[in-house]
Design a protein around this ligand. Structure first.
Ligand code: ATP
Ligand code: MG
Length: 458
């Protein structure tokens, strides 16, 4: 058995055909007739791979992809499209799809994609952290020491720098490595659900609590709990978290007595928590408790040695031994600013491998947005400038839709709104939502997959 696959398509025949093909390939299969249904299924089940149609009413394939990347960054998503234009494929790959299938396709095509996708994702979740940068090597040495202690660890770094990979590394270097590793993205779960997600609830604790449910603290007991984007945790929950760390017990919602838990917490943030403490958005006592060991992952543009190393590693892992990168391609990669960090690098390599049929990837196979960072024409850029250009271009891509832009960027909508407010106050033009941003779904033909969106789907 190769695990559980999810297939999402609004055409029933397609679901049946994929179900057959995937079962034959050794998967357990779940199907969903819409993007929204898919999101629900993903909540309760860990999938090894997701196949989704691109054009679907309400939540389309790209929107689903963005949500999945946000909630479960690691699940490979394969885009299926009947409209086999190269642009659709490029767009999907750029936004993080692992591969694509152009309809009509047959079982052999599905097998080939599975081979590529499953092989690559398996080779990347081993708890290995690749680096050739001396400063990051030193950081790994500290992480290894921390792993052998019981200390709580705070990992800081821009989006896509490898914070989760580092958290898994800590887990795999600890005595807890055979126990569960559980990740929760505090920014992806609405505040109202986060408490029960983390702490669990007793049956009847609130309307809708029809069953007792264990929270993530209990599920991770014995192992490691990764709290992603801890800065987005509401203040009341921060107090509850502090109690867990101090007392080593959790209070289920509606529970009578505390349940003992034994786990290590690794928290990540891509905002400056010290500043959040300053502005009273984050509790100081919790901050001190979390930063017992504090690891700061530098952005990829400050890890020049890592660009070539990781590019080569991704090329080998995703493309196999016969694929390689040409010298000029490597040079071009080294010159790029990488606002999306390692995640962007991985996407670019994946995209190049999929779209080019030659053995060696050439410079023109690389789809890189924006100016170069170190050599080339543009002036040196600051982090703030890179951030601004990434935010504005993402907002343009989403036609001004804040919710989607925030998700793609991996930041909260609140952070996004603050940044946009700041840009506007500096006189910079900011894309407005097409029409008005609302919960309304615009009914449309299957031919325009850009105009619809559903806001704030949990
Ligand atoms: N050192 C590394 N070695 C191998 N793969 C890496 C490394 N760093 C990052 N990656 C890959 O890059 C992608 C992004 O990494 P990761 O999810 O850990 O970033 P992150 O900092 O947690 O991002 P975010 O802030 O958006 O959650 C993943 O696909 C991961 O496998
Ligand atoms: Mg992460």
């Amino acid at each position: 058995m190769r695990g559980h696959a999810l297939v999402v398509d609004d055409e029933p025949q397609m679901l049946v055909a994929m179900d057959t093909a995937l079962r034959r390939a050794g998967f357990n299969v779940t199907t969903a007739a819409s993007g929204l249904e898919a999101l629900e299924k993903v909540e309760s089940e860990d999938f090894a791979v997701v196949f989704t149609d691109l054009r679907m009413p309400r939540l389309d394939g790209l929107q689903l992809l963005a949500k999945l990347k946000f909630q479960r960054a690691d699940v490979p998503v394969v885009m299926m499209t009947a409209y086999g234009t190269i642009q659709n494929a490029v767009q999907a790959m750029k936004e993080g799809a692992a591969d694509y299938l152009v309809k009509p396709f047959d079982a052999r095509d599905v097998d080939a994609v599975i081979k590529r996708v499953v092989a690559s994702s398996a080779s990347m979740t081993s708890g290995e952290f690749l680096t050739a940068t001396p400063a990051v090597r030193r950081l790994l040495a500290v992480a290894r020491k921390a792993a052998r202690s019981t200390a709580t660890v705070l990992v800081e770094g821009e989006s896509g720098t490898g914070k989760e990979v580092l958290a898994r590394f800590i887990h795999s270097e600890s005595s807890r490595k055979s126990r569960p590793f559980v990740a929760v993205n505090c920014a992806a779960i609405p505040d109202s659900l986060l408490e029960s997600e983390l702490f669990g609830h007793e049956r009847g604790a609130f309307t809708g609590a029809t069953m007792r449910r264990e929270g993530k603290f209990e599920l991770a007991s014995g192992g490691t709990l990764l709290l992603d984007e801890i800065g987005e945790m509401p203040r009341e929950l921060q107090a509850k978290l502090l109690r867990v760390l101090q007392e080593k017990t959790v209070d289920r919602i509606g529970g009578r007595e505390p349940v003992p838990v034994d786990l290590r917490v690794v928290a990540t943030t891509n905002v400056d928590l010290a500043a959040a403490v300053e502005s009273a958005d984050f509790r100081q006592d919790l901050y001190y408790r979390l930063k017992v060991v504090r690891l700061h992952l530098p952005p990829l543009r400050n890890r020049p040695e890592d660009i070539e190393l990781l590019a080569g590693a991704f090329c080998a892992a995703l493309g196999g031994a016969e694929r390689s990168l040409s010298e000029p391609a490597l040079k071009r990669l080294s010159a790029h600013a990488w606002p999306g960090n390692v995640r962007e690098l991985k996407n670019v390599i994946e995209c190049a491998l999929t779209l080019s049929s030659s053995q060696q990837i050439q410079e023109q196979d690389l789809f890189l947005d924006g100016p170069e960072s170190r050599s080339g024409s543009s002036a040196p850029r600051t982090v703030a400038e890179a951030e601004q250009s990434l935010i504005l271009s993402t907002l343009e891509q989403t036609n001004g839709n804040r919710t989607r832009a925030a998700e793609q960027l991996g930041i909260s909508i609140r952070t996004l709104r603050n940044k946009l407010g700041q840009y506007r106050s500096e006189g910079i033009e900011v894309a407005e939502p097409a029409g008005k941003e609302s919960n309304l779904t615009v009914p449309s033909g299957k031919d325009s997959h850009r105009e619809e969106h559903v806001d704030d789907v949990a």
